[in-house]
Design a protein around this ligand. Structure first.
Ligand code: AMP
Length: 311
Protein backbone atom coordinates (compact mmCIF):
# COMPACT_ATOMS: atom_id res chain seq x y z
CA UNK A 1 0.00 0.00 0.00
CA UNK A 2 1.21 3.48 -0.83
CA UNK A 3 2.51 6.06 1.62
CA UNK A 4 2.22 9.79 1.14
CA UNK A 5 4.80 11.94 2.90
CA UNK A 6 4.91 15.69 3.37
CA UNK A 7 8.07 17.36 4.62
CA UNK A 8 11.19 19.23 3.65
CA UNK A 9 13.12 18.50 0.48
CA UNK A 10 16.24 20.46 1.13
CA UNK A 11 19.91 21.16 0.66
CA UNK A 12 22.07 20.69 3.76
CA UNK A 13 25.55 21.79 4.68
CA UNK A 14 26.84 19.48 7.37
CA UNK A 15 29.99 19.25 9.46
CA UNK A 16 30.86 16.16 11.50
CA UNK A 17 34.14 14.79 12.91
CA UNK A 18 34.45 12.90 9.57
CA UNK A 19 34.42 16.08 7.45
CA UNK A 20 32.20 18.68 5.83
CA UNK A 21 29.79 18.57 2.89
CA UNK A 22 28.22 21.60 1.23
CA UNK A 23 24.65 21.67 -0.07
CA UNK A 24 23.93 17.97 -0.38
CA UNK A 25 20.44 16.79 -1.32
CA UNK A 26 18.60 16.17 1.95
CA UNK A 27 15.48 17.14 3.87
CA UNK A 28 13.20 15.09 6.07
CA UNK A 29 10.88 14.01 3.23
CA UNK A 30 13.85 13.02 1.06
CA UNK A 31 15.36 10.72 3.70
CA UNK A 32 11.94 9.30 4.55
CA UNK A 33 10.93 8.59 0.97
CA UNK A 34 14.24 7.05 -0.10
CA UNK A 35 14.16 4.78 2.93
CA UNK A 36 10.47 3.77 2.57
CA UNK A 37 10.89 3.17 -1.18
CA UNK A 38 12.69 -0.12 -0.44
CA UNK A 39 9.41 -1.47 0.99
CA UNK A 40 6.47 0.20 -0.78
CA UNK A 41 5.25 2.92 -3.20
CA UNK A 42 5.99 6.41 -1.97
CA UNK A 43 4.41 9.75 -2.93
CA UNK A 44 5.90 13.07 -1.87
CA UNK A 45 4.35 16.47 -1.15
CA UNK A 46 6.87 19.31 -0.91
CA UNK A 47 8.15 22.40 -2.64
CA UNK A 48 11.57 22.96 -4.18
CA UNK A 49 13.30 25.97 -5.73
CA UNK A 50 15.23 26.55 -8.93
CA UNK A 51 18.34 24.92 -7.42
CA UNK A 52 16.56 21.55 -7.55
CA UNK A 53 17.48 20.26 -10.99
CA UNK A 54 17.66 17.10 -13.09
CA UNK A 55 20.37 15.53 -10.89
CA UNK A 56 18.19 15.78 -7.77
CA UNK A 57 15.07 14.62 -9.62
CA UNK A 58 17.01 11.57 -10.87
CA UNK A 59 17.57 10.44 -7.26
CA UNK A 60 13.81 10.22 -6.69
CA UNK A 61 13.21 8.65 -10.11
CA UNK A 62 15.80 5.94 -9.49
CA UNK A 63 13.70 4.84 -6.51
CA UNK A 64 10.37 5.10 -8.39
CA UNK A 65 9.16 7.75 -5.96
CA UNK A 66 6.11 9.65 -7.17
CA UNK A 67 7.05 13.34 -7.19
CA UNK A 68 3.95 14.81 -8.85
CA UNK A 69 3.22 16.42 -5.45
CA UNK A 70 6.54 18.31 -5.44
CA UNK A 71 5.88 21.88 -6.55
CA UNK A 72 8.59 23.92 -8.26
CA UNK A 73 8.73 27.55 -7.18
CA UNK A 74 10.87 30.55 -7.99
CA UNK A 75 13.64 31.02 -5.45
CA UNK A 76 15.83 28.67 -3.42
CA UNK A 77 14.98 25.33 -1.81
CA UNK A 78 14.85 24.89 1.96
CA UNK A 79 18.40 25.10 3.32
CA UNK A 80 19.72 23.77 6.62
CA UNK A 81 23.22 23.98 8.04
CA UNK A 82 24.29 22.04 11.11
CA UNK A 83 27.15 20.31 12.86
CA UNK A 84 27.71 17.41 15.22
CA UNK A 85 31.16 18.30 16.48
CA UNK A 86 30.44 17.91 20.20
CA UNK A 87 27.74 15.27 20.17
CA UNK A 88 26.95 12.86 17.35
CA UNK A 89 23.48 12.23 18.78
CA UNK A 90 22.33 15.82 18.50
CA UNK A 91 22.67 18.34 15.71
CA UNK A 92 23.63 21.90 16.41
CA UNK A 93 21.71 24.09 13.96
CA UNK A 94 23.68 27.01 12.50
CA UNK A 95 21.25 28.20 9.89
CA UNK A 96 17.70 27.38 8.73
CA UNK A 97 16.42 29.11 5.59
CA UNK A 98 12.84 28.22 4.81
CA UNK A 99 13.12 29.89 1.37
CA UNK A 100 10.35 28.51 -0.92
CA UNK A 101 8.75 26.72 2.07
CA UNK A 102 7.80 30.13 3.52
CA UNK A 103 5.01 30.54 0.95
CA UNK A 104 4.17 26.88 0.47
CA UNK A 105 0.53 25.91 -0.10
CA UNK A 106 0.47 22.09 -0.22
CA UNK A 107 -1.56 20.70 -3.13
CA UNK A 108 -2.38 17.02 -3.02
CA UNK A 109 -2.53 15.35 -6.43
CA UNK A 110 -5.76 13.43 -7.09
CA UNK A 111 -3.85 10.15 -7.39
CA UNK A 112 -2.47 10.48 -3.83
CA UNK A 113 -5.90 10.40 -2.18
CA UNK A 114 -6.10 6.61 -1.91
CA UNK A 115 -2.90 6.47 0.19
CA UNK A 116 -3.67 4.41 3.29
CA UNK A 117 -0.53 5.60 5.05
CA UNK A 118 0.42 9.21 5.67
CA UNK A 119 3.62 10.54 7.19
CA UNK A 120 3.92 14.14 8.33
CA UNK A 121 7.69 14.55 8.31
CA UNK A 122 9.43 17.42 10.01
CA UNK A 123 8.09 20.75 8.71
CA UNK A 124 5.95 23.65 9.94
CA UNK A 125 3.08 22.09 11.94
CA UNK A 126 0.61 24.39 10.15
CA UNK A 127 1.48 22.62 6.89
CA UNK A 128 1.42 19.19 8.54
CA UNK A 129 -2.11 19.88 9.78
CA UNK A 130 -3.33 21.09 6.40
CA UNK A 131 -2.15 17.90 4.71
CA UNK A 132 -3.63 15.75 7.48
CA UNK A 133 -7.02 17.44 7.07
CA UNK A 134 -6.90 17.03 3.30
CA UNK A 135 -6.32 13.26 3.67
CA UNK A 136 -8.97 12.11 6.16
CA UNK A 137 -9.05 8.54 4.81
CA UNK A 138 -5.49 7.56 5.72
CA UNK A 139 -5.67 4.55 8.02
CA UNK A 140 -2.34 5.08 9.77
CA UNK A 141 -0.90 8.55 10.25
CA UNK A 142 2.59 9.11 11.59
CA UNK A 143 4.46 12.29 12.36
CA UNK A 144 7.75 13.76 13.45
CA UNK A 145 8.83 17.18 14.64
CA UNK A 146 11.88 18.86 16.18
CA UNK A 147 12.97 21.28 18.93
CA UNK A 148 12.60 24.24 16.53
CA UNK A 149 8.82 23.68 16.28
CA UNK A 150 8.29 22.52 19.89
CA UNK A 151 9.92 25.68 21.24
CA UNK A 152 8.20 28.35 19.19
CA UNK A 153 5.16 26.73 17.53
CA UNK A 154 3.72 24.54 20.27
CA UNK A 155 0.00 25.41 19.91
CA UNK A 156 0.08 24.52 16.19
CA UNK A 157 1.99 21.35 16.99
CA UNK A 158 -0.56 20.26 19.61
CA UNK A 159 -3.24 20.53 16.90
CA UNK A 160 -1.19 18.18 14.67
CA UNK A 161 -0.77 15.66 17.49
CA UNK A 162 -4.56 15.27 17.77
CA UNK A 163 -4.58 13.76 14.27
CA UNK A 164 -1.63 11.35 14.70
CA UNK A 165 -1.61 7.60 15.39
CA UNK A 166 2.16 7.37 15.77
CA UNK A 167 4.59 10.06 16.91
CA UNK A 168 8.32 9.50 16.34
CA UNK A 169 10.63 11.92 18.16
CA UNK A 170 13.97 11.81 19.96
CA UNK A 171 14.66 11.82 23.72
CA UNK A 172 15.27 15.55 24.00
CA UNK A 173 12.15 16.39 22.00
CA UNK A 174 10.08 14.01 24.15
CA UNK A 175 11.20 15.76 27.33
CA UNK A 176 10.76 19.21 25.79
CA UNK A 177 7.25 18.44 24.61
CA UNK A 178 6.01 16.97 27.88
CA UNK A 179 8.31 18.37 30.60
CA UNK A 180 8.66 14.90 32.17
CA UNK A 181 11.26 13.25 34.38
CA UNK A 182 11.20 9.99 32.44
CA UNK A 183 10.20 8.92 28.95
CA UNK A 184 7.72 6.42 30.43
CA UNK A 185 5.90 9.33 32.10
CA UNK A 186 6.20 11.35 28.91
CA UNK A 187 4.55 8.51 26.95
CA UNK A 188 1.44 8.75 29.14
CA UNK A 189 1.23 12.51 28.53
CA UNK A 190 1.68 12.07 24.78
CA UNK A 191 -1.15 9.50 24.64
CA UNK A 192 -3.41 12.21 26.09
CA UNK A 193 -2.38 14.53 23.24
CA UNK A 194 -3.56 12.11 20.51
CA UNK A 195 -1.01 9.49 19.37
CA UNK A 196 -1.59 5.85 20.35
CA UNK A 197 2.03 4.89 19.78
CA UNK A 198 5.09 6.89 20.77
CA UNK A 199 8.45 5.93 19.27
CA UNK A 200 11.33 7.59 21.10
CA UNK A 201 14.60 7.54 19.16
CA UNK A 202 17.75 7.40 21.29
CA UNK A 203 20.37 7.91 18.54
CA UNK A 204 23.21 5.40 18.95
CA UNK A 205 21.27 3.71 21.79
CA UNK A 206 18.35 2.57 19.63
CA UNK A 207 14.66 3.37 20.01
CA UNK A 208 11.75 2.52 22.29
CA UNK A 209 8.09 2.18 21.27
CA UNK A 210 5.36 2.79 23.84
CA UNK A 211 1.88 1.50 23.09
CA UNK A 212 -1.16 3.20 24.66
CA UNK A 213 -3.20 0.95 26.96
CA UNK A 214 -6.48 -0.44 25.68
CA UNK A 215 -9.36 0.28 28.02
CA UNK A 216 -9.28 -3.31 29.34
CA UNK A 217 -5.64 -3.21 30.41
CA UNK A 218 -5.50 0.39 31.58
CA UNK A 219 -3.87 -0.58 34.88
CA UNK A 220 -0.96 -2.38 33.21
CA UNK A 221 2.46 -0.77 33.81
CA UNK A 222 3.94 1.27 30.95
CA UNK A 223 7.00 -1.02 30.87
CA UNK A 224 4.77 -3.98 29.98
CA UNK A 225 3.62 -2.18 26.84
CA UNK A 226 7.05 -0.99 25.65
CA UNK A 227 9.35 -2.50 23.06
CA UNK A 228 13.00 -1.63 22.62
CA UNK A 229 15.25 -2.04 19.61
CA UNK A 230 18.99 -1.37 19.67
CA UNK A 231 21.00 0.56 17.11
CA UNK A 232 23.82 -1.25 15.36
CA UNK A 233 27.13 -0.58 17.14
CA UNK A 234 29.04 1.07 14.27
CA UNK A 235 32.75 1.84 14.43
CA UNK A 236 32.28 5.16 12.69
CA UNK A 237 29.21 7.35 12.25
CA UNK A 238 30.09 9.60 9.31
CA UNK A 239 26.97 11.80 9.36
CA UNK A 240 23.97 11.22 11.65
CA UNK A 241 21.71 13.57 9.66
CA UNK A 242 18.57 11.86 8.46
CA UNK A 243 18.85 8.87 10.80
CA UNK A 244 15.46 9.71 12.35
CA UNK A 245 13.71 10.18 9.02
CA UNK A 246 15.27 7.03 7.61
CA UNK A 247 14.16 5.15 10.72
CA UNK A 248 10.64 6.47 10.12
CA UNK A 249 10.85 5.46 6.44
CA UNK A 250 11.82 1.89 7.32
CA UNK A 251 9.19 1.73 10.07
CA UNK A 252 6.26 2.98 7.97
CA UNK A 253 7.51 1.45 4.71
CA UNK A 254 7.55 -1.96 6.34
CA UNK A 255 4.09 -1.48 7.89
CA UNK A 256 2.65 -0.36 4.53
CA UNK A 257 4.02 -3.51 2.90
CA UNK A 258 2.06 -5.76 5.30
CA UNK A 259 -1.44 -7.13 4.64
CA UNK A 260 -2.45 -6.66 8.26
CA UNK A 261 -1.19 -4.51 11.12
CA UNK A 262 -0.64 -6.67 14.18
CA UNK A 263 1.36 -6.03 17.38
CA UNK A 264 4.06 -8.21 15.82
CA UNK A 265 4.22 -6.08 12.66
CA UNK A 266 4.91 -3.01 14.80
CA UNK A 267 7.80 -4.85 16.47
CA UNK A 268 9.24 -5.83 13.09
CA UNK A 269 8.76 -2.24 11.93
CA UNK A 270 10.94 -1.08 14.85
CA UNK A 271 13.71 -3.37 13.63
CA UNK A 272 13.42 -2.23 9.99
CA UNK A 273 13.50 1.35 11.23
CA UNK A 274 16.72 0.72 13.09
CA UNK A 275 18.19 -1.14 10.09
CA UNK A 276 17.54 1.84 7.80
CA UNK A 277 18.91 4.31 10.36
CA UNK A 278 22.09 2.24 10.63
CA UNK A 279 22.77 2.56 6.89
CA UNK A 280 22.18 6.26 6.38
CA UNK A 281 24.79 7.33 8.96
CA UNK A 282 27.57 5.42 7.17
CA UNK A 283 28.00 8.20 4.56
CA UNK A 284 27.21 11.90 4.21
CA UNK A 285 23.68 12.99 3.33
CA UNK A 286 21.61 10.53 1.32
CA UNK A 287 24.66 8.93 -0.36
CA UNK A 288 24.27 5.58 1.36
CA UNK A 289 20.51 5.35 0.74
CA UNK A 290 21.09 6.14 -2.92
CA UNK A 291 23.36 3.10 -3.33
CA UNK A 292 21.60 0.69 -1.02
CA UNK A 293 20.06 -2.62 -2.16
CA UNK A 294 17.24 -4.71 -0.73
CA UNK A 295 19.70 -7.60 -0.23
CA UNK A 296 21.83 -5.44 2.06
CA UNK A 297 18.73 -4.52 4.06
CA UNK A 298 17.75 -8.17 4.50
CA UNK A 299 21.28 -9.11 5.47
CA UNK A 300 21.43 -6.38 8.10
CA UNK A 301 18.03 -7.38 9.46
CA UNK A 302 19.50 -10.82 10.15
CA UNK A 303 22.45 -9.17 11.88
CA UNK A 304 20.03 -7.30 14.16
CA UNK A 305 18.36 -10.59 15.02
CA UNK A 306 21.69 -12.06 16.04
CA UNK A 307 22.46 -8.93 18.05
CA UNK A 308 19.36 -9.34 20.19
CA UNK A 309 18.34 -13.00 20.09
CA UNK A 310 18.79 -15.40 23.00
CA UNK A 311 18.09 -18.66 21.01
P1 AMP B 1 16.92 14.17 11.10
O1 AMP B 1 16.39 12.84 10.67
O2 AMP B 1 16.22 14.69 12.31
O3 AMP B 1 18.42 14.18 11.22
O4 AMP B 1 16.51 15.21 9.94
C1 AMP B 1 17.43 15.88 9.15
C2 AMP B 1 16.79 16.70 8.02
O5 AMP B 1 15.81 17.62 8.54
C3 AMP B 1 17.83 17.55 7.33
O6 AMP B 1 18.11 17.03 6.05
C4 AMP B 1 17.25 18.97 7.25
O7 AMP B 1 17.25 19.48 5.94
C5 AMP B 1 15.83 18.82 7.78
N1 AMP B 1 15.48 19.93 8.67
C6 AMP B 1 16.27 20.56 9.57
N2 AMP B 1 15.58 21.54 10.20
C7 AMP B 1 14.33 21.51 9.70
C8 AMP B 1 13.12 22.27 9.94
N3 AMP B 1 13.10 23.27 10.84
N4 AMP B 1 12.02 21.94 9.24
C9 AMP B 1 12.06 20.94 8.36
N5 AMP B 1 13.13 20.21 8.07
C10 AMP B 1 14.26 20.48 8.72
Amino acid sequence: MAITVVGSVAFDTVETPAGRRERCLAGAATYFSLSASFFTDVRVIAVVGEDFGATEQAVFDAHKIDTTGIQHALGKSFFWEGSYLENLNEAKTHNTELNVFAGFEPRIPEAYHDSQFLFLANIDPVLQRRVREAMPNAKLVGGDTMNYWIKDHKPALLEVLKGLDVLLINDTETRMLTVSRSIALAAGKIFEMGPKILVVKHGEYGATAFFAPKRADGAERVAHRAFHVPALPLEEVVDPTGAGDSFAGGFFGYLASQKELTPQSFRYAMFYGSVMGSFVVERFGTERLQQLTREEIDHRFRLFRELTHLD
